[in-house]
Design a protein around this ligand. Structure first.
Ligand SMILES: [Zn+2]
Length: 304
């Protein structure tokens, strides 16, 4: 049981399609007392998203009978530039360039503490989930995109530019697929779900979803097997670069692609080891244990 001496921990996970809010139980933060969702309705624009967030907090107050605390943690797509306070790199495009923390604090009447959603997931898994009590944790999101967060002693590292842990846009050797970030050969362009599906098309001309490709590989289908073997090798190269710099005590692999069994096999560990300066690779590769609660739990943990 993890006990935090604090009035109440309120967290909000701002996603592209839904906004989720939760109050964690102050005596056992692995339990959520209240959980509510409202749609983001991001096509209606920035002001509407702010109003949806305010509506959610109001509804949580009503249902819980509790007053909002002085600080509320909020996980966002993209990151807040620590120098300007403006949001950047968000796939919910209307948030980019906006002073989201300031505007949210104004509309909620309390301080909004923001962090990138991958950082929130890493924080939750490092404090309440798979890597509970581990000193240095690299938390990965490997899904439709590739992101990550670094947690040390229960604290998220933000970085001087707010981009700490963003390994998804490191380059891979011999890769040149153009990326939306303006460069090419990025990890995300090779290892994300849509990139794997694209690679399978390049081999076969057939457009399949990743679960279908995985199922085909199990029947011995050659292009499907090649697609997944390539994922293993490229994921290992990408992860090796991170391990050489951070040497974390544990790595948690979240996201839809992160769910694939092949990432947790001895073959994958050997593939990572080939890229290491160190001659051993003992770091545990862990499956997340909080599922889709990680985002909102991690947001709430931002204010501890
Ligand atoms: Zn990129």
């Amino acid at each position: 049981m993890t006990t935090i001496h604090h009035q109440s921990l309120w967290g909000i996970d701002l996603g592209g399609t839904k906004i989720e809010g939760a109050i964690l139980d102050p005596t056992d933060v692995s339990l959520a007392n209240y959980r509510l969702r409202v749609p983001t309705e991001s096509p209606k624009g920035y002001q509407h998203i702010l109003e949806q967030l305010a509506r959610l907090v109001g509804e949580i107050e009503q249902q819980s009978g509790m007053m909002r605390p002085k600080r509320i943690g909020v996980g966002t797509p993209g990151t807040t530039n620590p120098k300007t306070g403006l949001l950047k790199n968000s796939n919910t495009l209307c948030l980019n360039g906006k002073p989201l923390a300031e505007d949210l604090s104004k509309i909620l009447g309390v301080e909004a503490v923001l962090a990138n959603d991958a950082n929130c997931c890493a924080l939750a898994e490092a404090t309440l989930g798979a890597a509970q009590g581990v000193k240095t944790v690299f938390g990965i999101i490997l899904g439709t995109g590739v992101g990550g967060g670094i947690v040390v002693d229960g604290c998220v590292l933000t970085g001087a530019h707010g981009s700490c842990g963003e390994w998804g846009h490191n380059p891979l050797r011999g890769e040149d697929a153009p990326c939306y970030c303006g460069r090419s050969g990025c990890v995300e362009m090779v290892c994300a779900g849509p990139s794997l599906e694209k690679y399978y098309v390049s081999l076969t001309g057939k457009s399949l979803r990743l679960p279908e490709i995985v199922a085909l590989a199990e029947t011995g289908d050659e292009p499907a097997t090649e697609t997944l073997e390539r994922l293993r090798e490229k994921f290992a190269e990408a992860l090796g670069a991170v391990v050489n710099i951070l040497d974390p005590d544990a790595i948690v692999i979240g996201g839809g692609v992160g769910n694939l069994d092949l990432l947790y096999t001895p073959e994958t560990r050997l593939a990572v080891q080939k890229h290491l300066f160190n001659d051993r690779f003992d770091t545990p590769l862990l499956r997340p244990t909080l599922g889709d609660s990680a985002g909102v739990f991690g947001a709430a943990m931002l204010v501890t």
